[in-house]
Design a protein around this ligand. Structure first.
Ligand code: UT7
Length: 315
C-alpha cells in the first residue's frame, strides 16, 4: 500500500515537569536528562474517541478521500473507557464509516502491526483504501502517585489513510512474550461464582529491562529488515522511532552510527503516547514539510508484550 494522508489530534491540557513536581517527589532536573520529556498532553475533559475521530478526519482530508472511500479500518488502542464495542466501531460511527472495523492491542508497536494487517489484506486483494487510527490514553493507566511511571506518558491520536501501491517495502514483527515487564490489571464485574481474589493494579514497568529490550530489538530488527529489503543505511531518509525515551532513541542512533537529523523527535513535548507515538510523529513531520516523495522512512517501535516491530516505507 501507500500512505496518502496523515492526521493527529492532541488533548489541550499541557502538563509540564514543574507542574508534576507540585504534587510528586520529582523534578525537571530528574526527568529531562533521563527521558528527554519536558511536557505532555493529558486528557482532561476530552474523550479518546473524539481525538481518534478528529485525527481520522484530518487524515481523510489530507488524502482527499471521503469516509465512504474506506473499505477497511484498523484501530490500535491499549485502553479506553469502553470495554465493548471496540474503539474502531465507536470511531467509525462518529465519522461515518461503514466498512469492517478491527481493533488491535499490540501496545506501542501497534501502528506497525496495523500497517502489517492492511498491507496483507491489500496483497490478498481484499482492500482498496484503508484507514489506521492509533489512539491512546496511557495517562489513565498509571498511578499519579508513582513518579517512576506517570511522568513518562502523554495522550493523543494519530491516523493514516492508505491506498494501493508498493511503497511498504518490508515489515518485521517480533515478540518476546513476558507479561511481567509492562502490565496493568483491572477487575471485572463480580459474579456469584467468582471465588478468586481480583485486584486492580495500575501500570507496572521494569524500566531498565524494557530499556534494554527496546534498544536491542530496534537495532536488530532495523538492520535485518534493511538487509531483507536489499537496502543500506545510506538510503534511509528518516528513522521514525517510537517516542518512549530520548535516551533509547540516542542509544539506537549511536548503535546505527547515523546522524541526528535522520531522527525526527517530538518526545520533549509529548512523552510516550504508546502506539499513537509513531503516527503522531509521522503527521507532524509531514505537516512541517520535511518529507518528500521518494524518501525512505524506517519505523521502529517496542513495548508491552514484549512486542516490537519495524517497517520500511517509501514516501
Ligand atoms: O514504550 C516502552 C515503555 N517503556 C519505556 O520506554 C521505559 C524504558 N525505561 C526507561 O526509560 C528508564 O528505565 C526510566 C526513565 C523509566 C527510569 O530511569 P532509570 O535510570 O532506569 O531509573 P530507575 O528506575 O532505576 O530509578 C533510579 C532512581 C530511583 O531512586 P533510588 O531507588 O535509586 O533511590 C527511583 O526511585 O530514580 C528514582 N526515580 C525518580 N526520581 C525522581 C524514578 N522516577 C523518578 C522521578 N523523579 N520521576
Amino acid at each position: 500500500m501507500r500512505i496518502i494522508g496523515t492526521g493527529s489530534s492532541l488533548p489541550k491540557k499541557i502538563v509540564t515537569n514543574d507542574m508534576l513536581s507540585g504534587f510528586l517527589d520529582t523534578s525537571d532536573e530528574w526527568i529531562v536528562p533521563r527521558t528527554g520529556i519536558r511536557s505532555r498532553h493529558v486528557i482532561s475533559d476530552e474523550n479518546l474517541e473524539d481525538l481518534a475521530a478528529d485525527a481520522a478526519l484530518k487524515a481523510l482530508d489530507a488524502a482527499g478521500m471521503k469516509p465512504s472511500d474506506i473499505d477497511y479500518f484498523v484501530c490500535s488502542n491499549v485502553v479506553n473507557e469502553y470495554i465493548t464495542p471496540g474503539l474502531s466501531c465507536i470511531v467509525a460511527g462518529k465519522i461515518g464509516l461503514s466498512c469492517p472495523c478491527v481493533d488491535i492491542n499490540c501496545a506501542c508497536p501497534g501502528f506497525i502491526y496495523a500497517l502489517d494487517i492492511v498491507e496483507s489484506r491489500w496483497k490478498a486483494g481484499k482492500v482498496r483504501n484503508a484507514l489506521i487510527v492509533c489512539a491512546e490514553e496511557p495517562t489513565r493507566m498509571t498511578s499519579w502517585q508513582d513518579r517512576a511511571t506517570c511522568v513518562l506518558f502523554g495522550d493523543g491520536a494519530g491516523a493514516v489513510v492508505l491506498t494501493g501501491g508498493d511503497n511498504i517495502r518490508g515489515i518485521n514483527l517480533h515478540a518476546e512474550p513476558c507479561p511481567d515487564k509492562i502490565w496493568q490489571k483491572r477487575t471485572l464485574e463480580p459474579t456469584p461464582y467468582v471465588t478468586k481474589e481480583e485486584i486492580s493494579v495500575p501500570l507496572q514497568m521494569k524500566g531498565r529491562e524494557v530499556f534494554r529490550f527496546a534498544v536491542n530489538a530496534s537495532t536488530t530488527q532495523v538492520e535485518a529488515l534493511l538487509e531483507e529489503c536489499g537496502m543500506t543505511k545510506s538510503q534511509v531518509t528518516y528513522y521514525m522511532v517510537h517516542q518512549a525515551n530520548a535516551r533509547i532513541i540516542e542509544a539506537i542512533k549511536q548503535y546505527m552510527a547515523e546522524p541526528d537529523e535522520k531522527f525526527p523527535s517530538n518526545i520533549s513535548d509529548h512523552g510516550n503516547s504508546s502506539s499513537a507515538s509513531c503516527a503522531i510523529l509521522l503527521d507532524e513531520t509531514v505537516r512541517k514539510g520535511l518529507i518528500k516523495k521518494g524518501d525512505i522512512l524506517v519505523f521502529s517501535a517496542f513495548g508491552a508484550g514484549l512486542l516490537s516491530a519495524a517497517a520500511i516505507v517509501e514516501w
